[in-house]
Structures are given as structure tokens and as C-alpha cells.
Write a protein that binds this ligand. Sequence first.
Ligand SMILES: Nc1nc2c([nH]c(=O)n2[C@H]2C[C@H](O)[C@@H](COP(=O)(O)OP(=O)(O)OP(=O)(O)O)O2)c(=O)[nH]1
Length: 141
Amino acid sequence: MGAVDSATPAVVDALAWVHVRDGRVLQVRPKGKDVFYFPGGKREPGENDAEALIREVAEEVSVQLDPATLQLFTVVDAAAHGYPEGTRVRLTCYTAECTGDLAPRSEIAELAWFTQADADRCAPAGVRVLAELAQRGLVTR
Ligand SMILES: Nc1nc2c([nH]c(=O)n2[C@H]2C[C@H](O)[C@@H](COP(=O)(O)OP(=O)(O)OP(=O)(O)O)O2)c(=O)[nH]1
């Protein structure tokens, strides 16, 4: 049996923002990656869901989420993209109203608006969230 890399968690604990407009959902492509993610990221120690999500969304797409409007959309468990095989991501997804203008920041190369037809360009967790959005009639199939 090989050595276990203690720096690699078995489950990546991440938050995501589900932002739908005209039947499409906002996606981000991090610099250096060839797939799109739901905007968001990993929780820092001690942060609650709202704190982690608001910080990550501001860092990535420049808008401020209104904490009073956060609503849990879904929690998905999927293979974590960019991690060793076997690593899972637990992606806790919220909808929320925002203020400010959407723009890619720091680690983000580009923004995109996806329907379910674009699922092949998402990481595995995103494919699951897109399917739920389509099933609920929120994004175009
Ligand atoms: N935000 C987000 N993360 C996802 C998705 N799918 C997926 O596997 N993940 C995983 C891979 C990401 O590396 C991780 C959380 O993103 P992150 O931006 O905080 O972490 P990172 O490893 O890219 O960067 P770092 O902060 O450790 O430098 O969750 C998704 O759709 N959205």
C-alpha cells in the first residue's frame, strides 16, 4: 500500500454560487484550466457558508452577494477536479442576489453563461448542478 499524502484531503469542502439569468447559469474558467467551475471555492478554517461564499465570489467575479438573500440550492458530492483520483468535492451551492458588475478577477480567465448543452465543459460537480437546474426548469436543456 502506498504512502498517504496527508496534504490531500479525502473530501474538498467548497461553496458555489448559482447565478441564473435568462435560462443560463454563470460559470468561471480559472487561469490555466480547461474546464469551467461554478464560481466559489474552498472554505477557510472558521468560516461559515456565507462568509466563505461571499469572499470567494468577490475574489473571482467582483460582485458582492447580499447575505440576507442566500438560499441553499443543493449539495453535490462528485469527483474533485484537479485532485488525485478518489478525492471527492462536497460542493454546497447557494443562490443569492448580488450588487456590482460581473467581471473576471485574479485567478479567473473568463466568465461564461451555460445551458445544460454546455455540461461537457464543466467539472464533474458542475455537471450535477447543471442537471438539477435543468430538471427544475431554471436553465435551458
Ligand atoms: N468552485 C468550484 N470548485 C470546484 C468545482 N468543481 C470542483 O471539482 N471543484 C473543486 C476544485 C477546486 O480546486 C476546489 C475549490 O476551489 P478553490 O478555488 O478554492 O481552490 P483551488 O484548489 O483552485 O485553489 P487554492 O485556493 O487552493 O489555491 O473545488 C466547481 O464547480 N466550483
